[in-house]
Design a protein around this ligand. Structure first.
Ligand SMILES: [Ca+2]
Length: 508
């Protein structure tokens, strides 16, 4: 009866196709209702596998309605049927399935496999030995049931395969290739397991520590050094509400930050809210750019990691806290160091580091100190006119460019009233005389020379030209004995692209 019914169906279907509807199927009253045959299982492949493995069941009379097919692994219904053909079902071994025979049920009719399907212990991904690595680094994945056959193990970082160097049941070792960062995946004997995100090609950024001075109640334990001591129990506690801590990458260098991680002072996470990760290229940090702002209190006792999307490079990288005494227990910057030479003619001489005159040497045997952010010069003369020139001795030659950085400015506090200041070079003085500086920013104690517009010595101005000077000095002379000035202070000497850039730097 069943076989006859099936044959009828096939013949009808065949006729319908062949005759394109010119013939209709004659069916007796006995055959009007659908009457499915019972499925028949012939075999399983593979006979063993893992949770999630695809198992192919061969046989007959499976129909083609995926939704009608139910497959049980040891009595547990599989939730994913990949495909159904009349003689083949592909099904995923369910997570809670049990080793044993497989049962296929279609519209209430069923068959059971003659052989059992055996669940193998599934591989488990526990951890990667690092979350940041450089190409060529050897890393280890720990886990379970990796087997011992290296040929059955593949490892990917994102879409890119990495070379597996050894496999044991609980460890896979691999070499980090030169590929972009990505999620680590392993495929163990067909099992695809997802691990953690691996940042590739970035290093921990370090440099000279920069930041606010001092600490709350002058505690030696809570200076800026506490942020980078690798100990999350120690913390920074600034003497004032705002503060900052980070690194100067050094002369000719800059950092592209890709990631920052930090820990707040224990139980004071709220004090980091509105704190910023910043980058700057000016030693005065006047051109600082905010790379990230902390918007929620980070948890205590653990690192919170944030990605930085800005791809510019900065010589100075730091955490800035507008309030909360810069309470931070740890900060680490990750990314890449790049070479970043200043453009020709750009100079920034600052006197921020105690004792460092940045090559500017007071002449006429004047005594000097660098402290309080200034080069402090004391005139040596005990009678007659006073004088103490300021000459650049370390950078030689000084190469200026009157096209790109034509303005040179000096911030001098307490410029002696009667001083004659000559900006002098081995090619002659700019403006060919003394006091050829512009005075429009004298209110800010800033005096500047436009090197493109002024003559050099008796010659003509030399605009838009690269000029090399072996003598580069400010003659600060002819101060009458009666002038009460005993010296002067210089906070900085800088070149600028234009007068407007100077004004902007001055906040005007
Ligand atoms: Ca610390």
């Amino acid at each position: 009866m069943q076989q006859y019914n099936l044959a009828q169906r096939y013949i009808c279907g065949l006729l319908a196709v062949m005759l394109l509807g010119f013939a209709s199927c004659e069916k007796g009253p006995d055959f009007r209702e659908f009457n499915y045959p019972a499925p028949v299982i012939d075999g399983l492949s593979p006979a063993q596998g893992y949770v999630g493995s695809d198992v192919t069941i061969t046989g007959a009379d499976f129909g083609n309605l995926t939704k009608a097919v139910k497959v049980y692994f040891g009595g547990v219904l599989a939730d994913t049927i990949r495909s159904v053909e009349d003689n083949k079902i592909v099904v995923q071994a369910p997570e809670n399935g049990v080793s044993g025979v497989i049962r296929v049920e279609i519209f209430g009719k069923a068959d059971t496999s003659g052989t059992a399907f055996t669940y193998l212990p599934s591989a488990k991904f526990i951890a990667v030995s690092a979350d940041k690595a450089m190409k060529g680094d050897k890393l280890t994945i720990t886990g379970e049931n990796f087997g011992t056959d290296i040929a059955k193990v593949q490892l990917f970082i994102g879409a890119n395969e990495a070379q597996v160097t050894s496999v044991t049941s609980t460890q896979i070792e691999f070499v980090v290739p030169d590929v972009p960062s990505g999620t680590v995946y392993i495929v163990v004997d067909g099992q695809r397991l997802t691990g953690s995100y691996l940042m590739v090609g970035m290093e921990k950024l370090t440099g000279t520590l920069i930041g606010h001075t001092g600490s709350w109640s002058n505690s030696p334990a809570t200076t800026i050094a506490a942020a980078v001591d690798g100990d999350i129990a120690t913390y920074v506690d600034a003497a004032t509400a705002s503060g900052f801590v980070g690194y100067d990458m050094g002369v000719g260098k800059a950092a592209v930050i890709k990631s920052v991680r930090f820990v707040p002072r224990n139980t004071f996470g709220s004090r980091m809210v509105n704190g910023e990760i910043r980058g700057a290229n000016d030693p005065a940090l006047s051109d600082a750019v905010t790379l990230y702002t902390v918007t929620a209190a980070p948890p205590s006792g653990v690192y919170t990691e944030v990605a930085i999307t800005n791809t510019e490079s900065y010589r100075y990288i730091y955490y800035y806290a507008p309030a909360g005494n810069c309470n931070i227990a740890a900060i680490e910057f990750y990314g890449n160091v790049v070479e970043k030479a200043d453009p020709v003619g750009k100079y920034i001489w600052e006197f921020l580091k105690e004792g460092d005159n940045e090559g500017w040497v007071p002449q006429q045997s004047a005594s000097w100190t660098v402290s309080g952010g200034a080069l402090n010069v004391t005139f040596p003369q005990t009678s007659g006119n006073k004088r103490a020139d300021l000459a650049q001795k370390t950078t030689s030659p000084v190469v200026v460019h009157t096209g790109t950085f034509p303005v040179i400015a000096i911030k001098m506090i307490g410029k002696p009233e009667g001083a004659r200041i000559t900006f002098d070079t081995n090619l002659g003085s700019f403006g060919n005389g003394y006091n050829k500086y512009a005075t429009e920013y004298a209110g800010q104690n800033v005096y500047y020379w436009d090197m493109a517009a002024l003559s050099i010595g008796a010659g003509a101005p030399r605009p838009n030209e690269q000029l090399s000077f072996t003598t580069f000095q400010f003659k600060i002379a002819d101060i009458p004995q009666a002038d009460p000035a005993t010296g002067y202070k210089v906070e900085w000497i800088r070149t600028f692209e234009s007068k407007e850039k100077l004004a902007a730097f001055l906040g005007l």
